[in-house]
Structures are given as C-alpha cells and as structure tokens.
Design a protein. Structure first.
Length: 192
C-alpha cells in the first residue's frame, strides 16, 4: 500500500447560516484533487464536487476521497484530533483565535466534510410525507405560503420547536399544495 503524502488546504470559505461551503485540496502521491462541498439549499442534500465533477454517494471517487481523508485524519497527532473534536462540539463565534486555534478551525472544516460524507450524504433521502385532507384544508388558509408537517410524537399543547417540524409543503396562490414543493427540515429530530 502506498504511503499517504497528503496536504490539506482550506480556502475561500463562505459563511452562511448553515456554516457555508467548504473547499480544500487533497494530495496523495503527487496527485492533487479539488474538493468542494456546497452550502445546502432549503433542505436539499449538499452537492459534493471533486475536481468540479458532481460526485454521487457510493461512487469510486467518493470512496477514494474518504479513504484519503480517513488516513490523513488518523495520522494527525492526538492533540490535534482532540482540538478538532473540541471545536466541533462548541457553538458560537470564535473571538480572536490564536494561531493554533485558527489551524484547528481549518482542520475541523475538513473533518466536518468527512463526517457529512460518511453520514447524511450516504443516507437515502426520506420520502415526503403524504398530503392529507388536513394538510389540504390548512393550505387553503395559507395561499402563497407553506404548510408544515409536525412530528406525530408531539403531544397536544407541547411547544413546537424547530426540530419538531418534519418539513413543509409549498402552497400556491389558490391555496393548493404544490406537488413537487416539499422541503425537508434538516433540523428535524425524529421521535423528539
């Protein structure tokens, strides 16, 4: 097996509400690949591009990328892996990070891609919930808006948090649900 000669560069990070697009290079044995994980849009899965080619789950290109990133990650010193894990558990802004923390932030972005590609990216999209008579009636009251599907585990009177919405159906100007207008809620946590 060839040894890993890999350098990871992170650049052009765009920060959006969801954390933004992540871009970096992976180099193994003199072969350099450009990796770009786009910002998710309205509950859609994030697209992965390797050398500007959209990459599908379970493809050889994805398997090769994950092999390289896993090997790179395993080769990091234990204190760097700990710093990355600590950063990934933290929420909120970083105020005046030092050089070591800035480096860990960059590395954590690559680990974020690694975790996403091993988890949500490989999971099949859940089908949209059925359009019920109750949803149709609600849609009539929300023309040019949305009707939300709430987790059935939620009991009456219980506070509806953002993670309790399964998703939403778009409603047209006549108060009808748009058949291809479903958007899943990426923050939904099944079973609450």
């Amino acid at each position: 097996m060839a040894s890993l000669v890999m350098s990871v560069h992170i650049f052009d990070i765009e920060i959006f509400r969801d954390g933004g697009s992540i871009e970096f290079h992976v180099e193994r044995n003199g072969v350099r690949r450009h990796v770009f994980l786009e910002t998710p849009l309205r509950g859609e899965p994030r697209a992965l591009l390797i050398d500007n080619v959209k990459t599908a789950p379970h493809s050889p290109a994805l398997e090769e990328l994950l092999r390289d990133v896993d090997e790179w990650h395993a080769g990091l010193p234990a204190e760097q892996r700990l710093a990355i894990d600590t950063l990934l558990q933290r929420s909120g802004p970083f105020i005046s990070p030092g050089e070591a923390e800035r480096h860990a932030i960059d590395l954590s972005r690559v680990v974020t891609v690694q975790r996403y590609l091993k988890g949500p990216f490989l999971q099949p999209a859940k089908p949209a919930p059925p359009i019920t008579d109750e949803l149709r009636a609600e849609a009539k009251r929300h023309a040019n808006g949305w009707v939300y599907v709430i987790d059935p585990a939620l009991t009456d009177g219980e506070r509806v948090t953002p993670s309790a919405f399964i998703g939403a159906w778009r409603v047209d100007g006549d108060g009808n649900i748009v058949a291809d207008g479903y958007q899943a809620n990426s923050r939904y946590r099944e079973g609450l």
